[in-house]
Each structure stands twice: as C-alpha cells, then as structure tokens.
Design a protein around this ligand. Structure first.
Ligand code: HEC
Length: 150
C-alpha cells in the first residue's frame, strides 16, 4: 500500500516537474524574443529620428546602430518555439499555422537589416534612406500579419 502511494506520488511529481519545465521554456522564449525586439527598437528609434531629420544625422552613430540591428535581426526567430503562442505574448497563433510565411518575414528582416548596415557605411543619407524604408516596411508587414494589435 505504502509503496503504491509512493509510486503514484513520484509519478505525479515527475509529471508536474516536466510540465513546469515546459512552461518555463515557453516563458523564457517569450521573454527572449521580446527582449531582442526591444533591443532592436532601442537602436531603431534614433536611426528613424535621423532619417526623418528630427535629430542631426551622425553617420558614425547611425552605422554603429545599424551594425547592432543587423546582428540582432537574426536572433528573434529561435524564440518562437512551438507552444509559445500562450502567456504574456502578442504573438498570434498564425505564426505556427503559416510558419513558412513567418520564416520568410524573419529572413527578410535579417537581409534588410544587413543591407542597412552596408548602406550606413556610405555615410550618405540619400543612400541610407530608401534602405531604411525597406527595413521599416519589413517590421510593419510582419506585425500586421503576426502580432496582436495594441
Ligand atoms: C517576421 C516577423 C517580425 C518582423 C520582421 C519584426 N517583428 Fe517585431 N514582433 C513580431 C512578433 C510576432 C512580436 C510579438 C512577440 C511577443 O509578444 O512574443 C513582435 C514584437 C515586437 C516588439 C514588442 C516587444 C515586446 O516587448 O512586447 C517590438 C518593439 C518590435 N517587435 C519591434 C520590431 C522592429 C523595430 C522590427 C523591424 C526592424 C520588427 N519588430 C520586425 C514579429 C516581427
């Protein structure tokens, strides 16, 4: 009798531990991708302000931020793990229903961010502006399809 209770207790404990582990993975993945996106935004903001002429264009600073974003742009994808459409997230379930479309958006993000880093090396706003515009469209396009509206 005792033994049976013990076995059932152990089984329940193991099941609970694995459920908790899965929940933690999902929470970590959500925090990870949101952290990366917020770090992208932190660097994107001053670049947008320079493109719009709201602050003075500083070619060196722009280039540094574009380099940072080019690295960051490759990172969010791995945070979109299976089952992470629940919890404290604005990710829509469509991401996992149309994974190919979503991944194409992630590819475009990495590609267009790399293109901006290249353009920024010119130090020429006329070269930078259209490339920046493309990157901005990539953000918006994916958010329209795959992120919950604010
Ligand atoms: C391929 C799709 C895709 C692209 C491209 C994309 N995002 Fe996102 N973004 C998302 C999704 C999905 C979320 C919601 C993540 C979540 O809440 O788990 C998000 C969330 C965010 C957030 C909010 C993070 C938070 O704390 O909730 C910011 C800021 C953001 N993105 C900025 C950007 C910027 C800037 C770009 C372009 C340089 C960009 N994103 C490009 C899909 C994308």
């Amino acid at each position: 009798m005792m033994k049976k209770v013990f076995v059932i207790g152990m089984t329940a404990a193991v099941l609970m531990a694995s459920t908790l582990a899965a929940a933690t993975d999902v929470e970590d993945a959500i925090e990870y991708r949101q952290g990366v996106f917020n770090t992208i935004k932190w660097n994107f903001g001053p670049m947008a302000a320079m493109v719009k002429g709201k602050i003075d264009f500083d070619a060196a600073e722009f280039s540094r931020r574009a380099d940072v974003v080019a690295v960051l742009a490759k990172l969010p994808r791995e945070g979109f793990i299976e089952g992470s459409d629940v919890g404290e997230t604005d990710a829509r379930p469509e991401i996992w229903e149309n994974k190919d479309d979503f991944d194409a958006g992630m590819d475009a993000l990495a590609k267009n961010a790399a293109a901006l880093a290249d353009a920024a090396k010119s130090g020429d706003m006329d070269v930078i502006k259209p490339v920046f515009g493309e990157l901005g469209k990539t953000c918006k396009g994916c958010h329209d399809d795959f992120r919950v509206e604010d």
